[in-house]
Design a protein around this ligand. Structure first.
Ligand code: C2E
Ligand code: MG
Ligand code: MG
Ligand code: MG
Length: 292
């Protein structure tokens, strides 16, 4: 099962390949050199505290700047890298870029706010995942509070033992674990029952039009209420309109991330934004209070 033969196989049987397989093979052929030549870059999307309208940090989202094809969004290559095994390499690169950036900004004397990174369910198959993250923050001399970790429900469904153990190690060192795309999986409530996430990020599809009008909003309201009972702060993802912001405020959702506030942007633009507007001095959850 030599990799070279695999590539040749597709080169020979070109005519029978679907466009999808060709695209995947192209991506696979190019990924290593793309990483080595700096074609992957991070963008930062601020998260906001609704009540104060101040940023509380950001999420790092990877972008592929391809010399011929231009900007490729992660939805086009992250799933491919999860299938072909490259995602752990790319993710580690992203995490290190974020640490490097935070260290640089710290050295420049800037105010620092937490940045979250995405952890693929595939990353969890690495038994040293937690140690690697811990060692990274130590290498850049950063407190664990500054690097937040986003994991999706599917990671837990996939590999519950690895997820619980990794989370426990990271949380014991002070890292914040955010459950990404909450509600999009098949066992969201089970997950809440079994593992102690620090923050819930509600999947953006609940904010868009649902088959039954109003259902998405009612579900979000219920999740926010439930999360308060569980003492877990909530971030609503994909907020695009003022009406959505007002709705979220009315049901007691404290944090948002979405195009209405800011799109993912180059790191310098984020630094400028924070410099100009300031940010909330407390991280997500610190201002959190249970009131009924
Ligand atoms: P995610 O982690 O749920 O990230 C949020 C996605 O929602 C981002 O898409 C962001 O641009 C988009 N978004 C934010 N606000 C809005 C809005 O108001 N409207 C709409 N329509 N979209 C909004 P993006 O950057 O294309 O990333 C897509 C997914 O790719 C991410 O979803 C995440 O699952 C994955 N991804 C991105 N970067 C990385 C990475 O470094 N590592 C891994 N493993 N996955 C990544
Ligand atoms: Mg995310
Ligand atoms: Mg998400
Ligand atoms: Mg997602």
């Amino acid at each position: 099962r030599c990799k070279g033969n695999y590539v040749n196989f597709y080169a020979v049987y070109d005519g029978s390949m679907s466009a999808q397989i060709v695209r995947e093979q192209e991506i696979t052929n190019e990924m290593s050199s793309a990483l080595a030549t700096g074609q992957f870059q991070i963008y930062l999307q601020p998260k906001y505290h609704i009540a104060s309208n101040l940023p509380v940090g950001a999420e790092a989202l990877v972008r592929w700047f391809h010399p011929q094809k231009g900007l490729i969004p992660p939805g086009d290559f992250v799933p491919v890298f999860e299938r072909n095994g490259f995602i752990p390499k790319l993710d580690y690169y992203v995490w290190e870029e974020v640490c490097r950036l935070l260290r640089k900004w710290a050295d420049e004397g800037r105010e620092l706010y937490p940045i979250s990174v995405n952890i693929s369910r595939v990353d969890l198959y690495n038994p040293r995942l937690a140690e690697m993250v811990i060692e990274l923050t130590e290498k850049y001399d950063l407190p664990s509070e500054l690097l937040n970790l986003e994991l999706t429900e599917s990671a837990y469904t996939d590999n519950p033992v690895a997820m619980s153990e990794t989370m426990a190690k990271l949380q014991s060192k002070g890292f914040t674990i955010m459950m990404d795309d909450f509600g999009s999986g098949y066992s969201s409530l089970n997950i809440l029952k079994d593992i102690s996430v620090d923050v819930l990020k509600i999947d953006m599809r609940f904010l868009s039009k649902t088959k039954i009008p109003g259902r998405g909003e009612n579900i979000i309201a219920s999740v926010v209420r439930m999360a308060k009972w569980l003492h877990i702060p909530v971030i609503a993802e994909g907020v695009e309109t003022k009406d959505q912001v007002e709705f979220l405020r009315s049901i007691g959702c404290e944090y948002v991330q979405g195009f209405y506030f800011a799109k993912p942007m180059p790191v310098e633009a984020y630094a400028d934004l924070v410099e100009k507007n300031g940010g909330l001095s407390q991280p997500v959850g610190a201002s959190f209070e249970f009131n009924g």
